[in-house]
Design a protein around this ligand. Structure first.
Ligand SMILES: Nc1ncnc2c1ncn2[C@@H]1O[C@H](COP(=O)(O)OP(=O)(O)OP(=O)(O)O)[C@@H](O)[C@H]1O
Ligand SMILES: [Mg+2]
Length: 262
């Protein structure tokens, strides 16, 4: 298991990334680095580009300029601007299998049991041995506190349990980094806490994580670094104590006062 001391090498590096949808500039030159073992929270108002940044980091979205590096390896591009595409699909697939994403809406397969959901990608995408994957899938489901739910279907579980299953599914890929997009936003407050607890415990294990969240308490609690996005640019970033305790930018001050009073 990684420890906080092993923070030496960048897992994900983004340099001056520009991304637009048609005429709409969504990311206007964003640079950030997730070091090994680091927990980064992305905060900002709705539409600021948080999900887009996460999806670009996971190579689910194309971008028009700037660089993305995974463990020091730059993504290779062909074309430029709106015509820019990854040059090598194999590179993208290889890197993407090392980055597991957890979504707000869980995205579990309804027709598969929880165990089957967790086993699916390691078996079909990574081609790992089924019985080995089953052993680790059961262990990860135990790890997130739902080891007794292996044989039920997603619809038979609470939202908090489904999200924990989605986290177990992400972990079962043995990724180099976990990316979360508002993992607790769809949940009632009590269920939210079950999921926050799991995410916190992953943070203390020293896993590399990028988390888009509206939960400022969780961000303050578990992050090594917080990034505040405003209209497609990083307006302010730093350790949570500084960002939440002594925000410099007016926009961040306004954002924090609106989320606290919300
Ligand atoms: N597929 C898309 N096509 C066109 N525009 C998009 C698309 N996805 C996002 N956008 C636009 O890009 C901007 C940034 O969206 P993004 O989803 O990254 O924001 P966000 O910070 O995650 O917001 P929220 O907190 O509401 O989830 C928004 O103006 C959004 O409407
Ligand atoms: Mg979003």
């Amino acid at each position: 298991m990684l420890t906080k001391d092993s923070k030496t090498s960048p897992v994900i590096e983004i340099r001056d990334l520009h991304k637009s949808y048609g005429d709409l500039d969504v990311l206007k030159g964003v640079s950030m680095t997730a070091e090994r073992g680091q927990v980064i929270s992305l905060i900002g108002s709705s539409g600021s580009g948080k999900s887009t940044l996460l999806r670009c980091a996971n190579l689910l979205e194309d971008s028009q300029s700037g660089e993305i590096l995974f463990e020091g390896e730059p993504i290779s591009w062909k074309g430029s601007g709106h015509m820019r595409r990854p040059r090598d699909r194999k590179q993208i697939m290889r890197i993407r299998t090392n980055l597991s994403m957890v979504f707000q809406q869980f995205n579990l397969w309804a027709h598969m049991t929880i165990l089957e959901n967790v086993m699916e990608a390691p078996v079909t995408v990574l081609g790992r041995d089924k019985s080995e994957v089953e052993t680790s899938a059961r262990a990860y489901l135990d790890r997130v506190g739902i080891g007794d739910k292996c044989d039920v279907y997603p619809a038979q579980m609470s939202g908090g349990q489904q999200q924990r299953a989605a986290i177990a599914r992400a972990l079962c890929m043995e990724p180099k980094a976990l990316l979360f997009d508002e993992p607790t936003s769809a949940l009632d407050p009590e269920l939210e806490q079950e999921v926050v607890k799991v995410i916190k415990s992953l943070a203390t294990e020293g896993r590399t994580m990028m988390i888009v969240t509206h939960d400022m308490r969780m961000a303050a609690d578990i992050s090594d670094h917080v990034v505040f996005l405003h209209q497609g640019l990083i307006e302010e970033q730093g350790p949570p104590a500084a960002l939440f305790g002594k925000p410099k930018s007016k926009r961040l001050q306004q954002f924090l006062s609106s989320t606290v009073s919300a």
